[in-house]
Structures are given as structure tokens and as C-alpha cells.
Design a protein around this ligand. Structure first.
Ligand SMILES: Cc1ncc(C[n+]2csc(CCOP(=O)(O)OP(=O)(O)O)c2C)c(N)n1
Ligand SMILES: [Mg+2]
Length: 1070
């Protein structure tokens, strides 16, 4: 019928059509009133009206609805002013009732349609007043357009000749009841009893929506009266409150709506634009008696609550002066997670990957993951020694990986909790990446085996932008994990800050609305309600494979940590909390009262768990050494030895057969799919690639192709992700070809290399750095046998992902003994493009490299590999495509994994000098950490007067200038390709070779940035400070680069002059 998608659901969601309400009614631009019937979740199933007769009838409905609107209906649609006037003014929130009139009209048309279809089936289905009306309409035939705009003459006739007031009242009352039902579905959660303390408005607003029947006089809002309470009303198909009944008395309608929407669960879902999903949720929460549990289920719930509660009690007793970030006030988190896992396991999930913050982490480790209690308790022992690296702080940050049998389903399940830094929410995308990778490697294309659960604090969930970035990955084909269950420990406080000062949205969970995730708010002191909501969330995920949020509205019994005094800042709240009975006490009393358990059984269950804790405490004292690698969240058992060591300390050369190079090169220059029309410009690019390949040459794009292609051949999965990586920001890559004739038809030549190759994934990401880099880091955790690369659009933008770089990539192994081979491709280089498109900030990566500038290492054994093993990451700036290819291959052929930071070029992508030959990649060749001078200067090193060290693109500028000044014999230029770890061995060889030469470090970056501050002390260490190291480069500056082309060129000329002025430093030398 009409394809008008309007959203009347809530005041926070304005209709997407143009809608405005005035004193007398509601108008929609360019539509008949019937358009109003297409509320968000209903427009999808309107295809059912197809026949001409039905269309005719629908025209009549419009006329009818017009009459109803014009004909002095109930007070709520005659004037919006009355409704608005009831809103208490609020300084920062709009009145939540202003959308109501539109809903009334929306619903009216639906209701008439409902009636008509029921009447079509059987005239007896409807009240006789409707029957008369429909019969009259049928006799009248289709009204013309003009008629649609006026009240139907037929109806007017009918109204005149029959009893207009009676019919109109029947229609209005039914419409009113329908509207009322909808009001509860949309806004019931605003009055749900969510706060266990009973003092806070979880939605930050004490305003009671005027269309909820919280007092009898509210009936007047709908034109209904107390006397209508016992009248029966037909229920619309968009509610399930009837159970088996199709009509209910108004009194019962209201009672059931209150039970469904205003009890201990507040369901927020009416913003979802999908009728099937809305119906599914309505059915889950409206069906009478649906929230019932067997006695066995109740006993399990109680037992889980006992474990959760007594665990915290035990820690508090034994380590009363230690911080625990305890779960008191939200003990229900443990049964909640276990219910989600049980239900998911029953649905076929066998691997759950979790991320969580500090609050309740120990309890989750103990009672969900089932880490041995003695292993947890021994972490409180100050005398515990560390057996391996890792920076301590095990309890709150390390992860865990555990395979076990799920008791509920008797199926195997693997649970892993990811290690995370203190930085709240930073682990979210990492968990998602890891989950995606597991799904990918297991061929779990729809997330039926592997799932993720993310836990959040209320303040962090609302405050941290990475939450939003992570949500926006949730539906992207190359990033979706097919539904994440989010659990918010909403203790209504963040450290010392109240929610009203911590967020501008009603709930901390509103961020989830952007992806149409349903949000289930639940009072955490009602364990059964929590359990039910968790079960529904798991079923939702299994049914729709979409995200869902559980908002556990709870309280924090103590301060932020147990040493904090919360009365300083929240005096009244904490006075109330002190009086709050523990949830376990309340629930066990309830079950004892119901006869589900006896007091004795309850006490025995408590004693049983206390004993378990005591015994574990006893054996924890025997633990003298902490093995941090026992806390690994992603073990790679076959990659390392049983002790977690690399199996060898060598790596094979990274060269390739000519045949392989030719094959990859040809595929890179072709379109492997038949009947595929590529853009003529791209044909030219492929032709020039083919030419290069014929001549045995490589440009940058081909170098990358050779690396990826050869690894794929060896069964190594390659995944390249980032903004616009498929084409490449600089239009050099073209890994995805687009058919110019057929929309969305693509070809990825890299996946057409060999029949039995590994898959290649190349994916344009959302415009996020923090989220996407975190995701790829997580992806790289799942398997060592994958080359996972993230490319920043320009290297400059990586700093919006600084948290992932600092907390995970640079320090991850040191803190959590976890290897990761992620590769960062950071386009970098001074090309006059301005301060935001020039610098990937090499100085920052180098500053965080842990090799000692003042220590000259011993070159024993395989120094090259050992140095790589010892470092925290590898930083390179390759000047040739062949070296780029080698370093990517080396990354995978190394017997361990380290993050690799590559500063990649821009202008060099097409620079004819920056080409390699196939010979540079031939069998037996390898990555060159340093490229010595290969020109005339190398023939007579003793004659070299100046030795310039440099890295990256500036080499080509130096080379050109040296030639121009005819200094090729006097000046040697050495390229540092691997900057960190610093190739002390090769640098020393160069220095020994050029004993008489002055040493200069030349860079195009400003002096306070780039590589100088890293390289200079290391060069000095090599020469034992006996030879000075001079600087040629840009002067210090605050901004990384100028945006002015002529300034840029002047700067370049200036430092080139210094680099080749052989007397520049003489004065200073003496
Ligand atoms: C990104 C970040 N900023 C600040 C902090 C310091 N901090 C630790 S806990 C906390 C409050 C967290 O509140 P909430 O998310 O509600 O969790 P709760 O402690 O209440 O469970 C803050 C601000 C942090 N850990 N991470
Ligand atoms: Mg909180």
C-alpha cells in the first residue's frame, strides 16, 4: 500500500516523514491519513492489501478516518495543548507525551483496518455497528480523490440516519484502547519499578507519561471513564496480553499491560523498525504467565546466587583491606551470565568470548569461567612471585580460557574472558574481533557456534565513544559477530558521579538504540525477572542474530572500591543502601515461603560453598609462584612449546620462486572472472602492472600482492581492514574490482590465485580507528596463522586509536604474556599535504620501543631473531617494494608474533625509482634491515667524507640531490629499513666501513619528531660517543607539517643544503 515509514514510537525519535502537530490535529505532508497507520513496525506487512476491492475499501477507510478526526473525537486528538500542559517543565528534557496524538490517529486507522478484515472473514466477527457501516460502504463503491479528503458522504449519511453518537463512541473507544495498549508498549518502561532502592528514576526523569493509566482519572485522557472498565474490547493483533482471548475488559487490559511493562522489567523496543521483531518481543513479555519457573529452576537460581554472594563475602572476610571492586548490590550478575550461557549452549553455541570491566571480575572468573579458586585467592598474597614476564595486577586485568561441560545442557563449552586494561570499554572491539575470527576460522558463518558477551558499567557505557564505534560494527558484513549480548551493571553511579551528571540520555543504554537493539531494563533485586530477561536475550540473539542489551538496574553496596567512603558524595543513597536487605536473603525467604526449599536446604547450600572456599583458601597458601601464562585468554597451543616458548629461533628466508612471482603478478594484472566489465582507467592500471610483471619489476602495489599472494598460497589467511583499503586511499591497490554494468558485482583477484589457497579478506571499514583497530587486534589474537593488517587512511589518524596502541599493542605482551602479530600500515611522509596528512608520528612508536639506547648488545647467536623476540614491537619504514614484501612475509614466518608498525609511503607508490626487481625477491633473499650505499661511494669507503643515515622516502630526495651536486663518491647514504629494534650489528658495520666519514642523521620530519630522538643516542652508543652525530632535517615545530607548498619546498631545500654542505658542521667539529 503506502510505503511511508514513520516512527511515532517515542519523543526521542521524531518521525522521519514531515509531521507537525498543531492545536487541532496532526498533518503529514503529502500523504493521506492512511499513511499515519504505518507506524514503524507495521509498514512491512502491508502488502496484504492487493485487490482492487480491497484498495477501494482502503480509500473508504481514509474517508472514515477523516471523519473521525474531524468529527470531534476524544480530547487527546482534538488538541495537543492539554496534553502538553501536563508536562512538568524540565530543564533539559522535552516532554515525552507530545507524540501521543499522532499515535492515536495512527492507531485509529489500524483499528479500522483490523475491523474491516475481520468483517470480511465473517460479518459476525464485528460489532453490529461496524457491520452496518461496512455494508453501507460496500454499497456505495469507491470514492474519488475528492471524497477521500472530505468525510465520506456515505458515512455522513449513515451517521445521519442511524445513531451517530453510539457508533462514533464505539469506534472511538476501541481506538482509545488500542492507543492505550500501544502507549504501554512504548512508554511502560518509564514507570517500571526498576530501582531496587526505590529512590531513583532509572531514566533520570520522574515524569509519568500522561497516557499511562497510573490513576483512574487518566482514563479521561482517552475519553474513557471508570464505567468503561468492565466493558470488553477487541484486542488488536499487535498485542499478546489476551493469551487465548481476543477480547478483554478494559480493567484487565490495563492490569495485564502493567504486569507486562511496568513491573520489574522495563522493555524498550518500540523503536525497532521490524514488525516481526516487535511481535516477537511483545509475545515474550505480554503472554500471560510467561514468566514462570519450575522449582528446579528456582533452586538453581538460588544456588548460583549463593555462590555469587558468598564469594564476595569470603573475599571481604579474608582480605578486608584489599580492593576487590566487588559485586555487592549486583550479585545477580553471576546467575544472569550463567542463564545466558545455558540458553545459548542449548541453542548450539559452544564458545563464548567475554569482555568485562573491573566490577565483579573476580566473581565472574570464579563462578562463571570457573577458574580454580586457589589460583584466584593466591593472587592476594603479597609474597607471590611471578614465574614469567607480565606486569602483575593479575586479578583485575588478566583473562582466562576454560573448556568445560555446561551442566544445564551437558555439552562442551569454551569460555574465555579477555584480558583488558583499566581503560573502560577499550576491550569491546577486541572481544568482537576475536569472536569474529573464531567464527571465521570455524566456518561459523551465522554465529551459531561462537558468540560474544560484553559487560559494561553504566557510566562507561554511556560515556565512552568506543561503545558507539563498536555498536556500529555490529551489522557490517566483515565485522559482525551475529549478535552480542550486552550486560550493563547499572549501579546508578560511576565512581562518585551521579548519573544526572554523567550522561545526557535518559538511560545509560540509549547508545544501543542506534542499531535497533532491544533493551531490557530489569530490577536486579528480582532474580527471576533477571533470569527471564537473560533467557529472552539469548533467544533473541539466537533467533535474529542481532545485538541485545540487558540493563541490570542495581546498586553498589560499598564505595567505588571497598576502601572508598561513598557517604562523602552520595549520603542519602548510601544511607538507603545500608538498610537494603541482601538479594540472597530476599530471594531465599521467598523460596522458603513458597515451599520450594527449606531453611535447612538453604543453609546447607551456603555451608557447602563456604567449605569449597575455605578449602581453596587452604591450598592457595601452597601456591608460591604465579604462572601468568595460565591466565591466557587466547592460547596458541600448537604454535608454542608446552612451556609457551617458540619452537625455534630461526625463520626461513622470505624469498620466492620466480614462477610464484609470475603467477601472482599475472593475477594482479588481470580480471579472473569472465564477462566482467571494469573501468577503462582500471584497465590501464592493470595493463601497466602486466608490463611491470613482464619486465620482472615490482611497484608498491605489486610488492604487497606478492606478500599476500604467497602467504595465501601457503595456507595463511590474510585480512586487510581499514578505511577505503579495498581500492586504497591513494588508488594504487585495487584489490576489489567492480563491474561497471552490474551493481554490487565484484571480483577479488587475490582469491583466484590457487584452488587450495587460504582465503583473502579485504574490507573497507566504518570510519572508526579506535573501534576498528581494536577489532583487528582481537582478530589477530585468535590465530597465529594469519596476517592481519589495519591500515590508517593517513597515518595521522591512528591517534584516535591511541588507547589500543598504548594499552594493548605496545604493552600487551609485557602485561598479559600474549603475543600478537597485528600489522599497522601507516601512510607517512612530508609531501606538502599539511599538518594532518603528513605524519604518522614515528617518534611516538619509537619512544615506546623498549630497547635500551645506551646498551650496546652482544651479537651472540642469531642476533637478528633474538632482538625481534625481545622487543615489544617492530617499527619499519621500507624504501622498496621488495623489502616491504619481505617484511610482511617475515612477520608470518617468524616463530613468534610481534606487532609490526610500517610507515608506508604515498608518493613512492608510483615513484619510478622506488621499484624493485623480481631478483630482490628471489629465493635466498630476505628482508634487509639496513640497505648500505650501493653506488660509487661504496667502491671506496675510505674516500667517503660524509655518511648519511636516513629512512624511507627522504632517501630518494637525498639521492637526487647528491647526484645533482656530483657528490656520489663523497657522500654515502645508508637506509635504515628496520628502525626498531635498532640494527646495532649492521649499523656498526657501516660505521666501521666509513671510519673517516662524518655521521649525519637526515630526516624530512621536524627535529622534535620523526626518528632523530630515537636514532641519535643509539648511533652514539655504537661509536661509544667518540664521533658526533649531526642532524640534517626540519627545525623543531609544534605542527607536524606545513600546508603551504612553497614553505614545504623551502624547508626541503634548506635541509638538503645542510645534508650536502660538507663544511656545514666543521666549525662545530672543532
Ligand atoms: C577510560 C577510563 N576513564 C576513567 C577511568 C577511571 N575509572 C575507573 S572506574 C570509573 C567509574 C566507572 O563507573 P561505571 O562504568 O558506572 O562502573 P562501576 O564502577 O560503577 O561498576 C572510572 C571513572 C577508567 N578506568 N577508564
Ligand atoms: Mg556504575
Amino acid at each position: 500500500m503506502l510505503s511511508f515509514a514513520l516512527r511515532f514510537d517515542d519523543v526521542t525519535h521524531r518521525p522521519s516523514g514531515r509531521l507537525w502537530g498543531g492545536g487541532g490535529g496532526i498533518y503529514i505532508e503529502g500523504s493521506g491519513l492512511a499513511a499515519l497507520s504505518h507506524s514503524a513496525d507495521e509498514h512491512h506487512n502491508k502488502g496484504k492489501v492487493k485487490s482492487t476491492a480491497a484498495r477501494t475499501a482502503m480509500s473508504q477507510f481514509r474517508a472514515l478516518a477523516g471523519v473521525l478526526r474531524a468529527g470531534g473525537g476524544g480530547p487527546w486528538w482534538r488538541g495537543g495543548g492539554g496534553t502538553l500542559a501536563r508536562c512538568r517543565p524540565h530543564p533539559w528534557r522535552t516532554c515525552s507525551s507530545e507524540a501521543t496524538p499522532s499515535q492515536a490517529v495512527t492507531s485509529s486507522s489500524n483499528y479500522v483496518e483490523d475491523m474491516y478484515f475481520a468483517w470480511l472473514e465473517d460479518h459476525n466477527n464485528v460489532h453490529e455497528s461496524w457491520d452496518t457501516l461496512f455494508q453501507n460502504m460496500e454499497k456505495s463503491g469507491a470514492p474519488d480523490e475528492e471524497a477521500e479528503r472530505r468525510p465520506s458522504p456515505l458515512l455522513q449519511g449513515r451517521v445521519a440516519s442511524h445513531s451517530p453518537n453510539v457508533t462514533q463512541k464505539v469506534v472511538e473507544d476501541h481506538l482509545a484502547v488500542h492507543t492505550l495498549i500501544r502507549a504501554y508498549q512504548i512508554r511502560g518502561h518509564h514507570v517500571a519499578q526498576l530501582d531496587p532502592l526505590g529512590i531513583l528514576d532509572t531514566d533520570l526523569d520522574s515524569f509519568v507519561p500522561s497516557d499511562l493509566i497510573t490513576t483512574i482519572d487518566k482514563l479521561g485522557f482517552y475519553g474513557l471513564h471508570e464505567s468503561d472498565l468492565d466493558r470488553s474490547f477487541r484486542l488488536p493483533h499487535t498485542t499478546f496480553i489476551g493469551g487465548g482471548e481476543t477480547t478483554l475488559p478494559l480493567r484487565e487490559v490495563i492490569r495485564r499491560l502493567e504486569a507486562s511493562y511496568c513491573g520489574h522489567v522495563g522493555v524498550e523496543f518500540m523503536f525497532i523498525n521490524n514488525v516481526e521483531q516487535c511481535q516477537w518481543i511483545r509475545q515474550k513479555f505480554e503472554t500471560p504467565g510467561i514468566m514462570r519457573f519450575t522449582n528446579a529452576e528456582k533452586r538453581t537460581l538460588m544456588a548460583r546466587l549463593i555462590r555469587s554472594t558468598r564469594f564476595e563475602d569470603f573475599l571481604a572476610r579474608k582480605w578486608s583491606s584489599e580492593k576487590r571492586f566487588g559485586l555487592e548490590g549486583c550479585e545477580v550478575l553471576i546467575p544472569a551470565l550463567k542463564t545466558i550461557i545455558d540458553s545459548s549452549s542449548a541453542a548450539g553455541i559452544d564458545s563464548v568470548i567475554m569482555g568485562m570491566p573491573h566490577r565483579g571480575r573476580l566473581n565472574v572468573l570464579a563462578n562463571v569461567i570457573r577458574k580454580d579458586l586457589n589460583q584466584i585467592f593466591c593472587q592476594f598474597d603479597p609474597k607471590l612471585e611471578a614465574a614469567d614476564e607480565g606486569s602483575g595486577d593479575v586479578k583485575y586485568h588478566l583473562g582466562m580460557y576454560h573448556e568445560r561441560i555446561n551442566r544445564g545442557t551437558d555439552k562442551n563449552i569454551t569460555l574465555s574472558l579477555m584480558a583488558n586494561p583499566s581503560h573502560l570499554e577499550a576491550v569491546d572491539p577486541v572481544v568482537q574481533g576475536k569472536a569474529k575470527a573464531e567464527q571465521f576460522y570455524r566456518g561459523d558463518a551465522f554465529g551459531k557456534k561462537v558468540m560474544s558477551i560484553l559487560m559494561h558499567g553504566d557510566a562507561a557505557f554511556a560515556g565512552q565513544g568506543v561503545v558507539y564505534e563498536t555498536f556500529h560494527l555490529s551489522e557490517l558484513p566483515s565485522y559482525t559477530t551475529h549478535g552480542t549480548i550486552h550486560v550493563v551493571v547499572n549501579n546508578q553511579i560511576g565512581f562518585t558521579t551521579d548519573p544526572r551528571m554523567a550522561r545526557s540520555s535518559p538511560y545509560p543504554t540509549d547508545v544501543a538504540r542506534v542499531v535497533n537493539a532491544p533493551i531490557f531494563h530489569v530490577n536486579a533485586d528480582d532474580p527471576e525477572a533477571v533470569m527471564y530477561v537473560c533467557r529472552v536475550a539469548a533467544e533473541w540473539r539466537n533467533t535474529f542474530n542481532k545485538d541485545v542489551v540487558i540493563d541490570l538496574v542495581c546498586y553498589r553496596r560499598f564505595g567505588h572500591n571497598e576502601m572508598d567512603e561513598p557517604l562523602f558524595t552520595q549520603p542519602l543513597m548510601y544511607k538507603r543502601i545500608r538498610r537494603q536487605e541482601h538479594v540472597l536473603k530476599k530471594y531465599s525467604d521467598k523460596l522458603i515461603g513458597e515451599g520450594v526449599v527449606t531453611l535447612q536446604e538453604f543453609e546447607e547450600e551456603v555451608a557447602k560453598y563456604d567449605k569449597i572456599c575455605e578449602e581453596a583458601y587452604g591450598s592457595s597458601k601452597d601456591e608460591k609462584i604465579s604462572q601468568i601464562r595460565h591466565w591466557l585468554d587466547s592460547p596458541w597451543p600448537k604454535f608454542f612449546t608446552a612451556e609457551g616458548e617458540p619452537k625455534t629461533m630461526n625463520y626461513p628466508p622470505t624469498g620466492l620462486d620466480e614462477e610464484v612471482l609470475q603467477h601472482i603478478g599475472q593475477t594482479a594484472s588481470s580480471v579472473p572472472l569472465g564477462d566482467f566489465n571494469i573501468h577503462p582507467g582500471l584497465s590501464r592500471i592493470l595493463r601497466s602492472r602486466a608490463n611491470l610483471v613482464r619486465n620482472g619489476q615490482l611497484d608498491w602495489a605489486l610488492g604487497e600482492y606478492m606478500a599476500f599472494g604467497s602467504l595465501l598460497k601457503d595456507g595463511v589467511h590474510v585480512r586487510l581492514s581499514g578505511q577505503d583499503v579495498e581500492r586504497g586511499t591513494f588508488s594504487h591497490r585495487h584489490h576489489v574490482l567492480h563491474d561497471q554494468e552490474v551493481d554490487k558485482r565484484i571480483c577479488v583477484p587475490m582469491n583466484h590465485l590457487w584452488a587450495d589457497q587460504a582465503p583473502y579478506t579485504v574490507c573497507n571499514s566504518s570510519l572508526s580507528e579506535y573501534g576498528v583497530l581494536g577489532f583487528e587486534l582481537g582478530f589477530a589474537m585468535a590465530s597465529p596463522n594469519a596476517l592481519v593488517l589495519w591500515e590508517a587512511q593517513f597515518g595521522d589518524f591512528h591517534n584516535t586509536a591511541q588507547c589500543i596502541i598504548d594499552q594493548f599493542i605496545s604493552s600487551g605482551q609485557a602485561k598479559w604474556v600474549r603475543h600478537n602479530g597485528i600489522v599497522l600500515l601507516l601512510p607517512h611522509g612530508m609531501e606538502g599535504m599539511g599538518p594532518e596528512h603528513s605524519s604518522a608520528r614515528p617518534e611516538r612508536f619509537l619512544q615506546m620501543s623498549k630497547d635500551d639506547p645506551d646498551h650496546f648488545p652482544e651479537f651472540a647467536g642469531d642476533f637478528e631473531v633474538q632482538q625481534l623476540y625481545d622487543c615489544n614491537w617492530i617499527v619499519v619504514n621500507c624504501s622498496t617494494p621488495a623489502n616491504y614484501c619481505h617484511v610482511l612475509r617475515r612477520q608470518i614466518l617468524l616463530p613468534f608474533r610481534k606487532p609490526l608498525i610500517i610507515f608506508t609511503p604515498k608518493s613512492l607508490l608510483r615513484h619510478t625509482d622506488a621499484r624493485s626487481s623480481f631478483n630482490d625477491l628471489a629465493k635466498g633473499t630476505k628482508f634487509k634491515r639496513l640497505i648500505p650505499d650501493e653506488g660509487p661511494a661504496s667502491q671506496n669507503p675510505d674516500g667517503v667524507r660524509r655518511l648519511i643515515f636516513c629512512t624511507g622516502k627522504v632517501y630518494y630526495e637525498l639521492n637526487k640531490e647528491r647526484k645533482r651536486q656530483n657528490l656520489e663518491k663523497d657522500v654515502a647514504i645508508v637506509r635504515l629499513e628496520q628502525i626498531s629494534p635498532f640494527p646495532f650489528d649492521l649499523v656498526r658495520a657501516e660505521l666501521e666501513k666509513h671510519k673517516r666519514a662524518e655521521l649525519v642523521w637526515c630526516q624530512e620530519e621536524h627535529k622534535n619528531t620523526g626518528y632523530y630522538n630515537y636514532v641519535q643516542p643509539r648511533l652514539l652508543t655504537v661509536v661509544a660517543s667518540k664521533r658526533p652525530v649531526w642532524y640534517a632535517g626540519r627545525d623543531p615545530a609544534a605542527a607536524p607539517a606545513t600546508g603551504n607548498k612553497s614553505t614545504h619546498l623551502n624547508e626541503l631545500k634548506k635541509f638538503m643544503d645542510v645534508a650536502f654542505d660538507l663544511s656545514a658542521f666543521q666549525e662545530r667539529n672543532t
